[in-house]
Design a protein around this ligand. Structure first.
Ligand code: CA
Length: 510
């Protein structure tokens, strides 16, 4: 009898200890937006007041000025986040690949350790998620209005409403219905503000009074930069009046199919707004630079308006955490799958290793670990996310993970976890015609190697030339720094086992 009582007490103690350890584990929410440029976020530098809730997160946590992606394109970026491995290792090199979701993804490890895990919204990896307690995803790119969602049974169900609201609703439903004795991990996969930047009805016209200044290098002529001159992502030539800018006088079948999803009320309000702009546009008969600059203004206004719902919905998630007493024990991460060009070099879209698209917003609120209001200039990469969250959850980091945990940095912002960031983009030939390239970004310099279809190097001194307008490669004064960067790049390629890049480097192109 005595023995039995001791066993019961021991059992209880073990149970209580396990519970205490479990309850100490932080919850984790990653809000992953799509194509959100740092230049449009108040906490970074935007002056237009579109992001008060994201800005709140930055005030309460840490903002990273040098957060980079390893491959600036939608699907591959999500694969890097899930695996902590570079594209050539996780197999998702470009948007045409299919992600093998059965591979070792860190949310599955969180789940196995007792987390309730979920991925909600944009997934964009072709295969279905594996290793999650719950998922509900947009097919492919998804739709802004009355979006379809694929549930865990594989059924596609249309949801009434605006996509960003729908994703938040599903997220809060998951949180409401979770097993609250367990910690949770959620990725809120936003569609916004991806092309074609379709704002919520209530936000139409909210930036029409703003005259956005043209970036200084809007009329870039791409001197010394072959790939920049070859791209097909300019506002002037590539951006379409019908598809991108919603002008019905330039009919576009895809744009029409987006509108066809709207209910009569949504469509009435949408048309009331855009038809007026279209009528005015046709009267003006713009040409040349006037036309290009009109397109730029429309692009900026639609894009910014689309981010309003995004920010409002982030506010809803933060309020939910506050109201349910979860804020103190929840890590909230705000990031995007990459950056975006807002007219810099005359462009929209991403893909290049240049700053606007290689950089991504990253804000982390982690009460008890990160002091409010930190601004970090340390280099971090999206390949570092997986090991960081595993460590935050008290789990070991598998040896096969290639990223470095950011936890030492989050505990002490003087700590540097990496000297440089590695990059490799593969999707050529492909949409927007950006050549294949890889390279290294240190705190001051960037060395890029374009290869295969055209072989050449580019070098930038980001201190002297933050807009990357002057390719310094081959200049006498930069020879020794170039040699040093090449050696560092060679070492990175070896460490990361990037055989494609190593073969290119072996060509010893001067
Ligand atoms: Ca994207």
């Amino acid at each position: 009898m005595r023995k039995t009582i001791s066993a019961v007490i021991l059992g209880l103690l073990v149970g209580i200890t396990a519970y205490a350890q479990q309850s100490k584990k932080p919850n984790i929410i990653i809000i992953l937006t799509d194509d959100h440029a740092v230049s449009t976020i108040g906490a970074y530098c935007s002056k237009y007041g579109a992001t008060s809730h994201i800005d709140r997160l930055a005030k309460e946590g840490a903002l990273f000025n040098k957060a980079f992606v390893v491959n600036s394109i939608c699907g591959p970026s999500r694969a890097v986040l899930l695996t902590g491995k570079y594209s050539h290792v996780n197999g998702m090199r470009d948007n045409r690949d299919t992600f093998d979701a059965s591979q070792d993804v860190f949310p599955a490890r969180l789940k196995a350790s007792g987390f309730q895990t979920a991925w909600i919204g944009k997934w964009h990896l072709v295969s279905y998620p594996q290793g999650f307690t719950y998922w509900n995803i947009l097919p492919g790119q998804g739709q802004y209005y009355n979006p379809d969602l694929i549930n865990m049974q594989g059924d596609t169900i249309r949801k009434q409403g605006y996509v960003t609201d729908v994703i938040t609703e599903l997220t809060l439903d998951f949180l409401d219905n979770r097993d609250s004795s367990k910690p949770f991990f959620v990725v809120v996969g936003e569609k916004a503000p991806h092309r074609t930047w379709m704002p919520d009805i209530q936000d139409l016209g909210r930036f029409d009074q703003v005259n956005f200044p043209l970036p200084k290098n809007f009329y870039d002529r791409y001197t010394d930069r072959i790939a920049a001159g070859m791209q097909d992502m300019s506002i002037e030539k590539t951006m379409k009046l019908g598809y991108d800018l919603k002008m019905k006088s330039e009919p576009d079948a895809l744009a029409a199919s987006f509108l066809a999803r709207m209910d009569p009320d949504q469509r009435l309000k949408w048309n009331a707004y855009y038809d007026k702009i279209d009528e005015d546009f046709r009267k003006q008969k713009l040409k040349g630079r006037e036309l290009t600059e009109w397109k730029f203004q429309r692009y900026m206004r639609d894009y910014y308006s689309t981010t309003l719902s995004l920010d409002r919905n982030i506010g809803k998630i933060l309020s939910y955490l506050d109201q349910n007493n979860l804020s103190k024990n929840t890590i909230v991460v705000y990031t995007s799958d990459q950056g975006f060009y807002m007219g810099e070099h005359g462009w929209f879209d991403k893909r290049f290793m240049y700053e606007e698209s290689m950089r991504t917003p990253l804000i982390i609120r982690y009460p008890g670990v990160i002091k409010p209001g930190v601004i970090s200039n340390q280099i971090v990469s999206n390949v570092d996310f997986a090991p960081s969250f595993l460590e935050a959850a008290g789990l070991p980091i598998p040896a096969a993970i290639q990223g470095k945990s950011m936890m030492p940095l989050l505990r002490n912002f003087k700590t540097s976890i990496r000297k440089s960031a590695y990059y490799h983009f593969y999707e050529y030939p492909g949409e927007h015609s950006v050549l294949k390239h890889f390279g290294i970004r240190t705190s001051r310099f960037k060395l890029i190697r374009f290869y295969e279809h055209k072989d050449f190097w580019e070098l930038y001194d980001l201190e002297k030339d933050p807009n990357e307008m002057k390719n310094l490669y081959g200049l006498k004064n930069y020879r020794s720094i170039t040699e040093d960067l090449k050696a560092q790049l060679q070492q990175l390629c070896e460490e990361n086992k990037d055989e494609t890049a190593l073969k290119v480097l072996a060509q010893n192109l001067e």
